[in-house]
Design a protein around this ligand. Structure first.
Ligand SMILES: [Zn+2]
Length: 208
């Protein structure tokens, strides 16, 4: 089953995670997962700059190691960053220690490359166990999303994605995009139009 908006019931099951920010009148939160990836992250940065918008990038530690200059560019442009584990781990069926070590390894590379630790975490695939969540939420705010673009799904057409996410964009929405290889083709057909829409609708983008 594919759904663009995370159902309220799912959100209530996980009250410790941030799905949207209902107090944020007139604000939307753009998020990009899985980068930094050459080409794709630059494209996102370029579009955000053109629109004068800010976003939060949930980075994969190993990509920060591979592309440190790109990670620094994201921060230098005034965007927020968060931890997305070092190896993009799926929380389910992964032992707590292993998961936590991988999360820590991602923090270490942030410190080395960016010079600071993060305070936000997003679990890859949106999946993590209750124990993993409790452990990580001791130091990090866990950020989910309530508008899933589906940009990584090759069976979805860009105009359909655009239509759906426009409909769901509302005050306080946290919108999930990906800056990774799988979205390299669709983002140019999606992101400029969507950012235009956000601007024309009078929403401001804010950092998490
Ligand atoms: Zn991811």
């Amino acid at each position: 089953m594919f759904f663009h908006r995370v159902p309220a019931i799912v959100q209530r099951l996980y009250p410790n995670r941030t799905w949207n920010n209902k107090d944020a009148e007139g604000k939307v939160y753009l998020t990009f997962d899985d980068g930094p990836v050459p080409g794709v992250t630059e494209f996102a940065l370029d579009q955000l700059a053109k629109h004068g918008m800010k976003a939060t990038f949930f980075m994969v530690g190993d990509n920060v190691r591979k592309y440190p200059e790109l990670a620094k560019e994201v921060i230098a442009a005034g965007h927020q960053f968060g931890n997305h584990t070092y190896h993009h781990l799926k929380g389910w069926r992964t032992k707590l220690e292993y998961y936590f070590d991988n999360f820590q390894k991602c923090e270490e590379i942030f410190e080395q490359v960016i010079g600071q630790k993060s305070r936000l975490f997003r679990p890859p695939y949106g999946l993590m166990t209750g124990r993993q969540m409790r452990k990580i939420s001791e130091s990090h705010q866990i950020i989910m999303w309530n508008v899933l673009s589906g940009d990584y799904d090759p069976t979805l057409k860009s105009d359909k994605i655009l239509e759906n996410i426009k409909k769901l964009t509302d005050s306080g929405a946290i919108i999930l995009f990906h800056d990774q290889k799988k979205t390299a083709e669709v983002l140019p057909k999606l992101l400029p139009q969507y950012l235009d829409f956000v601007q024309q609708s009078g929403f401001e983008t804010a950092l998490l």
